[in-house]
Write a protein that binds this ligand. Structure first.
Ligand SMILES: Nc1ncnc2c1ncn2[C@@H]1O[C@H](COP(=O)(O)OP(=O)(O)OP(=O)(O)O)[C@@H](O)[C@H]1O
Ligand SMILES: [Mg+2]
Length: 381
């Protein structure tokens, strides 16, 4: 039996002078080679990091996990492009800051939307940017890269992602299915001959899967994720209060006061937007239980997917799942009381993974370290 719970020991590297060109900021991640310890001399100590990186190419966030260093990049999947020349102006956090604040000469896009690649040329650029940022532009040792892409991605797009990784300097590029990566990252013993159920709720999709012996036995993927919750909140406020709010405000409401089940105590929040009739700015007060009501539809879709997978699961595996429970990963897992709601409606205990937002990235990285046993599961993509 192999258990993915054991993470290799994190080696301690010290940022230190490198090569004759001077000092390298190791936290910046642009240079790949660093020395192994402060006491080592420059020449003796220089060696390449084990260049293995796992990338969670999510519709909301891109995370990069580097072997020996953990998560080195965690930025939104946003790209700013010059409308005149088509050149990339900014990626990630910097690009997100430009949303709603840019002149006509710049367009800010999310190249991946609802679990599919909406613009794959820009997705390629974004991927190249993050690989270069984490491995270093002048790196001599090419990295091995494992990428997790949304389930709805087509074969052509899958190849485009793989090509982008190779063009960005990857020595080899592998792709992994999101629920498998999420389960590995959540330290679920996926190699056991036993049923393990994972529910990954991202920005664009929710993927529910039962995994045993390193493979997916039953799975469902729906295009409902955090973004649909935000849309539902914005629509509710528009309908009820005639107030238009932006997507970032809707997300803020969800994170600050969203709950999958009604809360006992009343929580109120001021929400600013534009009055639909007068066209002027207006502030209203929203109660937490209104938010719960607003997100009923996407919640029901997720419950439907979970029920569907449970119904299709072979009995032996079902009984394992009843014993062990279902594990929630992805940013959507952080919605208050979601695990309680799923436990209540299915009768199967549901738990939130530790650090659900980074499970997929950590899982892609660990998968690269266990390629020998996972190769069969990866070849399916
Ligand atoms: N505390 C929170 N409560 C509710 N939702 C949250 C919270 N924190 C983050 N989210 C939501 O999680 C989503 C992002 O999750 P994640 O980073 O797992 O998505 P992703 O992997 O980029 O998307 P996908 O897997 O669909 O491609 C966003 O919709 C965000 O609003
Ligand atoms: Mg994801």
């Amino acid at each position: 039996m192999r258990f993915f719970g054991e993470l290799h020991t994190t080696r301690k590297y010290t940022p230190i002078a490198l090569l004759s060109r001077g000092y390298v900021d190791y936290t910046d991640g642009r240079f790949a080679r660093i020395v192994a310890g402060a006491e080592t001399t420059e020449r003796e100590g220089i060696h390449a990091l084990p260049k293995q990186i796992g990338i969670d190419l999510g519709t909301a966030n891109v995370l990069v996990y580097m072997r020996g260093r953990g998560i080195v990049i965690n930025e939104p999947s946003v790209v700013a492009i010059g409308t005149r020349d088509g050149h990339v102006k900014a990626v990630g956090l910097e690009a997100r800051e430009m949303i709603g604040r840019h002149p006509e000469t710049i367009e800010v896009v999310r190249p991946m939307r609802d679990g599919v690649i909406a613009d794959y040329v820009v997705t390629q650029e974004m991927l190249k940017y993050f690989i270069t940022k984490s491995c270093g532009r002048f790196s001599l040792v090419k990295p091995e890269v494992m990428i997790c892409i949304p389930a709805g991605v087509t074969g052509v797009e899958t190849r485009a992602v793989r090509d982008a990784a190779l063009q960005a300097g990857a020595r080899r590029a592998y792709l992994i299915q999101e629920p498998l990566a999420a389960a590995i990252g959540a330290r679920i013993p996926v190699a056991d001959p036993s049923g393990n159920m994972v529910i990954d709720i991202g920005g664009g999709t929710t993927e529910v899967a039962v995994i045993s012996l390193n493979g997916i036995v039953v799975a469902r993927s729906i295009r409902v994720g955090g973004n649909k919750f935000d849309d539902a909140i914005a629509n509710y406020i528009k309908r009820k209060y005639n107030l238009a709010i932006g997507e970032r405000t809707a997300e803020e409401i969800k994170i600050l006061m969203g709950s999958a089940m009604p809360l006992d105590e009343d929580v109120v929040m001021d929400v600013r937007g534009r009055d639909q009739v007068a066209g002027l700015p207006r502030t209203i007060q929203i109660h937490a239980n209104e938010v719960t009501e607003a997100i009923t539809e996407p919640l029901e879709a997720i419950i439907g997917a979970v029920r569907g997978v449970l119904e299709e699961t072979p009995p032996e595996l079902s009984s394992d799942i009843i014993d062990k429970g279902m594990i929630l990963t992805g940013g959507g897992a952080l919605l208050r009381n979601l695990n309680e709601l799923l436990t209540e409606v299915t009768g199967v205990p549901c738990y939130v993974a530790e650090d659900p937002l980074s499970c997929v990235a950590v899982g892609t990285g660990l998968a690269l370290e266990h390629l020998d046993v996972l190769r069969d599961s990866l070849d399916t993509m």
